[in-house]
Design a protein around this ligand. Structure first.
Ligand code: PMT
Length: 406
């Protein structure tokens, strides 16, 4: 009997994870205290290790109070529960996060030094190590520091690039410790199977707006949540993600290239340009099928408003991609239906020459437009499969799982 394949677990939160947070002697150490609060809020068990210089910036009392765990500092701490800490600590953690990581710590890790607790724990670790450099821009761009960072990456450490902006030393430039949400996304990606690594995916999301006059437009209820969930989960699973997004109220996902468009014509232009080099194209956007036949350069006055607005068809981007998709990219369309889901999905699969159609019911209270959940039916050439009601993030992961079988 072939062993039943366990469905791959794709984490979409850090809940229940155990983190070792290494804090080093940078002014940005105060931000690491905020990271601890964020992790505790997400039910992450955090144990903090500090270098001696880190305590010059933030006291271990702060980290102890925030984490609710003892803070480890000195390798030769005699306290009974801290003996052999350099070995035991990483054995009971899921990942080590070093933030801020100073140039000094990066240099020591890159050369296998083990003369303090943090460097010894890292050297003995068999779990993912995520390093977040933070320092003055010139220190960061110094070729020696860059060599050390590259060496860490070459031996498998994960380095989260610093942000650009105003630094504590008053200079502008790269070297700022990133915000927690950005680092959290990097951790999630590291904990995810990288089964989309090497793939370039183009995803569309959100509505389009078809202007009528300077104040008015035709649009629809798409919030972008489904497309953004597809982009975020693809990035976590290692894909290079281009997100072509209509106007939405969502923050661009981390580690994703987001291209903003407004009208169907603008979306078509961007999608056709990006799709040429894509392995997979997923069309989750609610592209307006029609636009006003004429655009009024002045705001239409109530008195002169006609009772009718003449409309004309917009280009069908999915159909156009279907004709071109012989270039090898796998084409996934969505179908917003209110009835005959599977039948409509199959019709669109053939009509648009797509490889997969994801049908969702737009009448359901918890499915379709502008909600955080969805229940979709996956229709491809081999058949169809209805998923249960899931969050849009879980739905997105299941869509990627299915795409990987095609
Ligand atoms: O964004 P949310 O609030 O999370 O809502 C998600 C969603 C309901 C918008 C999404 O799950 C969805 O169903 N998107 C497709 C909506 C849509 O336009 O469905 P359709 O059946 O009208 O279009 C079929 C397919 O053709 C879609 O892939 C669409 O992107 C594409 N299309 C449609 C019209 C057009 N002119 N060009 C296209 O490419």
């Amino acid at each position: 009997m072939a062993p039943v394949e366990e469905p791959v677990v794709i984490p979409s939160t850090l809940v229940g994870k155990r983190a070792l947070l290494g804090v080093t002697g940078s002014i940005a150490a105060f931000k690491a205290a905020g990271w601890v609060r964020e992790m505790i809020t997400e039910s992450v068990d955090v144990t903090v290790l500090m270098t001696g210089t880190a305590e010059r910036f933030v006291s271990s009392l702060t980290f102890g109070a925030l984490s609710g765990n003892p803070v480890f500092r000195d390798m030769f701490d005699e306290e009974p529960d801290k003996l052999m800490a350099h070995i035991n600590l990483s054995r009971s953690a899921d990942f080590i996060l070093i933030g801020p990581a100073t140039a000094q710590t990066i240099a020591r890790l890159a050369h296998g030094m083990a003369d303090d607790l943090l460097s010894t724990v890292v050297l003995a670790a068999k779990i993912p190590v995520i390093v977040c450099p933070a320092m003055n821009s010139h220190m960061l761009t110094n070729p020696v520091t860059q060599d050390n960072i590259k060496r860490l990456q070459d031996v498998g450490y994960h380095v989260v690039s610093p942000d650009c902006g105003m630094l504590a030393c008053g200079e502008e430039g790269s070297g700022r410790l990133p915000d927690w949400q950005h680092v959290r996304e990097a951790i999630l990606s590291i904990l995810c199977p990288q089964d989309l690594a090497g793939k370039k995916v183009v995803i569309t999301a959100g509505p389009t707006r078809e202007p009528l006059d300077p104040a008015r437009y035709l649009s629809n209820r798409s919030s972008g949540k489904m497309g953004y969930a597809l982009a975020r989960t693809a990035a976590r699973r290692g894909a290079e993600v281009i997100l072509v997004s209509g106007p939405v109220a969502l923050a661009p996902p981390h580690f994703v290239t987001t291209l903003s468009v407004t009208t169907a014509h603008e979306m078509r232009e961007q999608v056709l340009a990006q799709a040429k080099q894509a392995d997979i194209v997923v069309k989750a956007a609610a592209v307006a099928d029609f636009k006003p036949k004429s655009y009024h350069t002045q705001k239409i006055k109530k008195s002169s408003a006609q009772q009718r607005i003449e409309l004309e068809l917009n280009p069908d981007i999915l159909a156009e991609l279907g004709e071109k998709s012989k270039s090898g990219s796998l084409l996934v369309g969505f179908a917003a239906e209110s009835q005959n889901h599977e039948q409509e999905g199959r019709r669109k699969l053939q009509q648009k020459q797509a490889d997969l159609i994801v049908v969702n019911d737009i009448l359901g209270e918890s499915t379709g437009f502008d909600v955080d959940t969805n229940q979709v039916t996956l229709v491809d050439k081999k058949g169809s499969q209805q998923l249960q009601l899931l969050t849009k993030t879980e739905t997105a992961n299941r869509i990627w799982d299915h795409i990987l079988t095609l």
